[in-house]
Design a protein around this ligand. Structure first.
Ligand SMILES: Nc1ncnc2c1ncn2[C@@H]1O[C@H](COP(=O)(O)OP(=O)(O)OP(=O)(O)O)[C@@H](O)[C@H]1O
Ligand SMILES: [Mg+2]
Length: 482
């Protein structure tokens, strides 16, 4: 990671922000970009610096080089930031560097100088007007993405050097574009092949290995990426980057979260497009696992997942709708066919219970607002939730609903949460139990958690982190065949 000393004195007018976006940016981004918490934290701190009017003068607000294996969320991160700040993933200036492989093509970015033939026809791709147009009323920060930078001719890096250094770009007609209200992202696959060779031996193993081994892999990936960057770019260029971030190869839990997201998006799309004619899709756990297996790999990450969902869910559904086979308000259930090679869609019959798409999770906390917030965030990802504000209610619900997991607050008024977890363990030995707390656990409770293997989440935490932890515990249960 390369940090540069910053001039934080340049006060600028504070950008207008929607209230809920400013505080929840990390949470919103983590729900859209799974399994990459480090990079999200770094990006959020630069956005906050801009919002506080404390970004340095004479240079962009931040310059990030995003590296790592294919399909791990590099491009998605910038799209997600554009959605969170400006309401649409299109609100960014994206330069596909693959289109600028020849030296003469780089001139298209800045336009031809006056006097050159075709001067008037060559509109620069990077202009002040375009930069301003991708910001929004809510947020004056422009996002600029140079995607797959390694594909561009070397003169593009030279041109960028001036932007990174002084925050300005001089166009062919001698006018100047100012990047002081922009974050610049560069993405690249540099070193990715070498990373794949490193990752291959541990394919399918990474999520099962302990924290230390994962940390080793991450450090190794980072050093491979940095070495590749130093081979490709000049030291001046590398020194002007604020952060060089290496994306992690995604784990099974991360793939599962992405699959949930794609399916939730499809349901939203059905609701928005069909309005009163909308119907519910039911995608049970086993079907989701089938899609993950088909749509993900160490080689291409989650890149194929969207296409897999499209091919096996969206297209067959569209065909049913086109043939008027689905009545409004009905339920369409998607199961894996008997041969395991395809998915089968059928209308769920009246009175038939909906198949749970996710294992049921019990949330227990006496803080109603917190409980509602957590419930909403987890429900958005399609989780089946039961909530309880007291221990008595929790015990009743646990017996009735037999949740696959329970996330329990430590300090409940009627009984401490660790004791409740022990009670549930006795009656429902298969339920995964997790604690959450904003205070320190008593020594003896800490010991009980250790003994029983109850993980403890410290508040504040992100809903995405809680979901990942629960998934991990449930995947462990599946692996052990309990
Ligand atoms: N971490 C992630 N969180 C959510 N979705 C992801 C993530 N990684 C990949 N995806 C899914 O896979 C698709 C491809 O990801 P993305 O374009 O971000 O890959 P990339 O890292 O930029 O890969 P490449 O190096 O090939 O450009 C995304 O559109 C998204 O659907
Ligand atoms: Mg990409």
């Amino acid at each position: 990671m390369l940090d540069r000393a910053k001039n934080t004195t340049g006060l600028r007018p504070r950008a207008k922000q929607p209230a809920d976006t400013a505080g929840n940016l990390a949470s919103i981004l983590s729900s859209k970009v799974v399994g990459q918490p480090d990079v999200i934290g770094q990006i959020v701190s630069y956005v906050e610096m801009f919002q506080a009017g404390l970004a340095p003068e004479n240079r962009p607000v931040g310059v990030f080089l995003l590296l790592g294996p294919t399909g791990t969320g590099k491009t998605r991160t910038v799209e997600a930031l554009a959605e969170a700040l400006h309401g649409s993933h299109k609100n960014m200036l994206k330069i596909d560097c693959g289109e600028f492989q020849m030296e003469h093509e780089v001139a298209k970015l800045i336009g031809a100088p006056p006097g050159y033939l075709g001067h008037r026809e060559t509109q620069p791709m990077l202009s002040q007007q375009k930069l301003t147009a991708v910001a929004s009323e809510d947020c004056g920060l422009s996002l600029v993405l140079f995607d797959e930078i390694e594909k561009a001719a070397t003169s593009l890096a030279r041109l960028l050097l001036g932007v990174l250094d002084r925050g300005v770009l001089r166009l062919g007609d001698n006018s100047v574009v100012n990047f002081e209200r922009s974050i610049i992202f560069l993405t690249s696959n540099l070193g990715a092949k070498e990373m794949m060779r490193e990752l291959r031996p541990s394919f399918g193993f990474q999520s099962a290995v302990g924290g230390a081994a994962v940390a080793d892999v991450t450090a190794k990936m980072q050093s491979i990426a940095l070495a590749a960057v130093k081979r490709k770019f000049s030291p001046e260029f590398v020194n002007r980057l604020d952060h060089v971030v290496t994306y992690k190869a995604l784990t099974h839990e991360a793939f599962a979260a992405i699959a949930d997201h794609e399916i939730a998006n499809l349901q939203n799309h059905i609701n928005n497009r069909l309005g009163p004619k909308a119907f519910q899709i039911e995608v049970p756990f086993g079907t989701r696992q089938w899609l993950i297996q088909r749509g993900t790999s160490t080689e291409y990450g989650a890149r194929e997942l969207k296409r897999t969902v499209h091919r096996h869910l969206t297209q067959p559904l569209a065909s049913l709708v086109a043939r008027s086979k689905v009545a409004s308000g009905s339920r369409v259930r998607v199961d894996v066919a008997a041969d395991g090679e395809s998915l089968q869609l059928r209308l769920a019959g009246e009175g038939e219970l909906p198949a749970p798409t996710q294992p049921t999770v019990l949330l227990v906390d006496d803080n109603r607002d917190f409980l509602k917030f957590l419930e909403r965030q987890m429900a958005e990802s399609g989780w089946d939730l039961v909530v309880a504000e007291s221990v008595t209610e929790a015990r009743k619900l646990a017996l009735k609903r037999k949740p696959a997991a329970a996330l329990i607050d430590y300090s409940m008024p009627d009984m401490n949460g660790v004791e409740l977890a022990q009670v549930i363990r006795k009656t429902l030995p298969e339920t995964q139990l997790l604690m959450m707390t904003s205070s320190k656990l008593e020594e003896e409770d800490e010991a009980v958690c250790q003994e029983y293997g109850f993980p403890v989440l410290r508040k504040p935490f992100l809903a995405a982190d809680a979901m990942n932890l629960i998934r991990k515990r449930l995947a462990g249960v599946e692996r052990r065949g309990i």
